[in-house]
Design a protein around this ligand. Structure first.
Ligand code: MLC
Ligand code: AMP
Length: 515
């Protein structure tokens, strides 16, 4: 690696080969790998959900086939964007596989998004269809989508019944017309939306090759094998749950227990009932698991991984004391999937995110972390100006700040204005625009405050036009934006601190606030 970070992984793998020899493109594309696995071993259980129990490869392939036929008859094919959102389920998994195999570009959306967020994405990527289920009030999403894209076909993926495959007629890709073999690695596979610093959503376009390279690297780094059973309580509409947990499981040929919400007891029950071996979570999840009287039950796992937000050293210690687990902390982004991870074999170092993953190069430019590799996206959807600013000579500028610590990368801050609350990202600009549109508000600024449970919480600094109720303002934000973007606290201030150029000085905000 660069910056003198001679690959940890090549040392680590010296017994079995070097990182350079590892084929991060093995299998071509995710859907090709998955469908091959499901037809080669149709009776093997792949994913579990509370509605259907364990669902086999044959059943997933049959369901994917149903979806593929519906897509084909609706005229949806390669290159068409398709929104997908819903609680974690095997039906969602099958729909996702069908979309990827058909060459559609999957656009996963957080089911908590409200009208403006949904309309913003629809207007930006102009999808051909939306497969949505169990999001918002019935009909809400369909209405919002139709407002921004009247031609978008909105349907759900839950209408399909579970196929009774006995495995004897194991589906093949060609029988079922799911043409995964036609996909090229460089085709776009997924657009991950981020609100961005401008307040306008922008979509990171990831190719099939990007998605595959990332999970191949994790397979190697975390010794992920078909024997693994992952408890997956992360939502499947962000990279952590989808690009790491689900894609990794299906690619490796392992199994996952899907949980549509995170409940510590349900996690412990799943570990016991399904002899689970792995758990992936955000730090807020670990802080709740460790607070449970059942925390010691984590010891049954072979691997716990944390990411999406910094995990405090005290939390690492608490998990270790309670369960003996030494959590692997890793670092990634929507735009790059996974970048850096602590090693599978000791020593893992709390407060750092470890070494660049196989194939990933990392360098620092005045502390900003720059990355390059087969997993790194090629740009945002139709955003030439932002793309020019986001890349320097082929290196993606992450907006995160880091330092090398004896070969381990330590994340020391962010150059970008981003608040991470419970693993969900909140860009201040978007929340500021909503608060500023409230009639009682003259002007406002939004920031993050450290919090032991959530990592950071969203707080608003408001210059009032006239008196207002804090709860009312919070609800107002909740009507316009996903729940996690609502300010936890609101401070009234007399004026926003500005510099001579009129720019808000965010670092000054906390100092003059009065609750
Ligand atoms: C819930 N609430 C949140 C919140 N989650 N508020 C702010 N931020 C959040 N993340 C609100 C609820 O609406 C409720 O508000 C109150 O907090 C208590 O809710 P809860 O029932 O305790 O929360 P719960 O549903 O248990 O959710 C907590 C959680 C969830 C940690 C399980 O936030 C979560 O799933 N986080 C994971 C996010 C994720 O997948 N990130 C990956 C991004 S990918 P009220 O007002 O009703 O009381 C990425 C790349 C990478 O970052 O590197 O991985
Ligand atoms: P997202 O845009 O949702 O993909 O979030 C990506 C951002 O999450 C990164 O740019 C980092 O700021 C942050 N992040 C992810 N993992 C970690 C980690 N282990 N420690 C610190 N920050 C992290």
């Amino acid at each position: 690696m660069t910056d003198g970070q001679e690959s940890h992984w090549s040392r680590h793998l010296s017994a079995g080969g070097s990182a350079a020899e590892v084929d991060l493109s093995a299998g071509g594309t995710l859907p090709a790998v998955w469908l091959d696995r499901w037809s080669a071993d149709p009776q093997r259980a792949v994913v579990w959900d509370a509605h259907d129990g364990w669902v086999t490869g044959a059943q997933l392939a049959a369901r994917a086939q149903d979806v593929a036929e519906r897509l084909a008859s609706a005229g949806i094919g390669a290159g068409d964007r398709v929104l997908i959102s819903g609680p974690s389920s095997s039906r969602l998994v099958a729909a996702h596989a069908a979309l990827l195999a058909a060459g559609a570009v999957v656009v996963p959306l957080n089911g908590a998004y409200r009208a403006e967020e949904v309309r913003g994405v629809v207007a930006d990527c102009r999808p051909a269809a939306a497969l949505v289920e169990g999001v918002g009030e019935p009909g809400e999403w369909a209405e919002w989508i139709a407002e921004a894209g009247p031609a978008v076909q909105v349907t759900d993926f839950d209408a399909m019944e579970l196929a009774e495959g006995d495995g004897s007629s194991a589906p093949t890709q060609r029988d079922h017309g799911v043409q995964a073999s036609e996909r090229r690695p460089d085709e776009p596979a997924l657009i991950g939306y981020t609100s961005g610093t401008t307040g306008r959503p922008k979509g990171a376009v990831l190719s099939h090759a990007n998605l595959l390279a990332s999970v191949r690297a994790l397979e190697l780094a975390w010794h992920w094998t078909p024997d693994d059973v992952l408890v997956l309580a992360l939502p499947l509409f962000h990279m952590h749950g989808l690009g790491v947990g689900l894609h990794g499981t299906l690619t490796v040929g392992a199994r996952a227990v899907l949980q549509p919400t995170f409940e510590p007891d349900a996690v412990f029950d799943a570990i016991r009932e399904h002899q689970a071996t792995m758990f992936f979570g955000v730090p807020t999840m670990y802080s709740r698991l460790v607070a449970s009287p059942r925390a010691a039950e984590l010891s049954a796992l072979r691997l716990c991984v944390s990411g999406s937000a910094p995990m405090p050293a005290e939390l690492h210690d608490a998990v270790r004391e309670a369960s003996g687990q030494h959590v692997i902390e890793r670092y990634g982004m929507t735009e790059t999937v996974m970048l850096v991870s602590n090693p599978h074999d000791e020593p893992r170092r709390a407060g750092t995110v470890g070494f660049p993953l196989p194939g990933v190069e990392v360098r620092l430019d005045a502390e900003e972390i720059l990355v390059r590799g087969p997993n790194v996206f090629s740009g945002y959807w139709e955003r030439p100006a932002e793309n020019a600013a986001s890349f320097s000579d082929g290196w993606f500028r992450t907006g995160d700040l880091g330092q090398w610590d004896d070969g381990y990368l330590r994340i020391v801050g962010r150059a970008k204005e981003l608040i991470i609350c419970g693993g969900f990202n909140v860009y201040p600009r978007e929340v500021e625009e909503v608060i500023a549109s409230h009639p009682d508000v003259a002007e406002c600024a939004v920031g993050g405050e450290p919090d032991p449970e959530w990592g950071e919480v969203v707080v608003a600094y408001v210059v009032a036009e006239r008196d207002f109720a804090e709860d009312e303002l919070k609800d107002f934000v909740g009507e316009h934006l996903a729940f996690y973007k609502r300010p936890r606290r609101t401070y009234r201030i007399d004026a926003l601190p500005r510099n001579a150029l009129g720019k808000v000085q965010r670092q000054m905000l906390g100092r003059q606030a009065k609750p």
